[in-house]
Design a binder for this molecule. Structure first.
Ligand SMILES: [Zn+2]
Length: 248
């Protein structure tokens, strides 16, 4: 495995701390996980996954803590990169630690609380959205220290769009009953869900007013992993760093 020195493309999250979304590009994995796949549970070889994770640590300039994502609403607080809780949200206020979420169509959500410096990384798929993981994450940040209105900003990363994410009509209705903004129709006229619109609506309902939308649709962009498009595939990462001195 050669040590490439090519730049690794990332999408900046637009938050006051180092925070970004990776793409497929710039990693070590072979097809169908090509190439920057940091997910160890999808069938890729561990050596490549480890090399990709090291590369993402390098981008973060910190070790990244990941979670074992289970499509639930549990948000876990972590203090070390070696922790790997079963959760769909991670929060930390430990300076020097980075948090990561892995997705390939679900919504990767990053949160920063300017009043405390605490950060969160959240896996918000259809089930997590319905169970309330977005609100749980905002509440967990608020519970760390005293809350200041407007202090939390968010970045909603690339995910499958409402024109692509076809679901059964009954499923669309069930989710839209909980989050009306999720209601969508595919470009070919069938029932669909708009997961990013749902997450953004939930953030605003939770009092988060500044929400950046970053990147496009995973199914349409060949530089992103998409489970719906490719089936067996890798994952890309949303990463946010807890920094004492946010970048200028
Ligand atoms: Zn799309």
């Amino acid at each position: 495995m050669t040590s490439q020195r090519v730049p690794v493309p990332t999408l900046d999250a637009g938050l006051p701390v180092r925070a970004f979304f990776t793409t497929r590009d710039g990693g070590f994995s072979a097809a169908p996980f090509d190439s920057l796949n940091p997910a160890g549970h999808v069938g890729d070889i561990q050596e490549a996954v480890d090399a990709n994770r090291a590369r993402i640590d390098g981008l973060a300039r910190a070790r990244v803590a990941y979670m074992s994502q289970v499509h639930g609403d549990v948000v876990a607080r972590v203090h070390h990169a070696d922790e790997r809780p079963e959760a769909d949200g991670l929060i930390t206020d430990s300076p020097g630690l980075a948090l990561g979420v892995l997705v390939a169509d679900c919504v990767p959500l990053l949160l920063h609380d300017a009043s405390t410096g605490a950060v969160a990384a959240v896996h918000a798929g259809r089930q997590g959205i319905a169970k309330g993981v977005v609100l749980r994450a905002v509440e967990a940040l608020g519970a760390l220290h005293s809350r200041q209105k407007g202090a939390i900003t968010a970045a909603v990363g690339p995910a499958i769009c409402g024109a692509c994410y076809e679901v059964p009509d009954q499923m669309r209705q069930e989710v839209a009953d909980l989050v009306p903004a999720a209601f969508a129709t595919t470009s070919w006229g069938t029932p669909a869900l708009d997961l990013r619109a749902a997450v953004e609506a939930q953030l605003r309902a939770a009092g988060v007013e500044l929400v950046h939308r970053v990147g496009g649709c995973t199914r349409e962009d060949p530089h992103l992993f998409s489970h719906r498009r490719d089936g067996v595939t890798g994952r890309f990462a949303g990463v946010i760093c807890c920094q004492i001195d946010p970048r200028p």
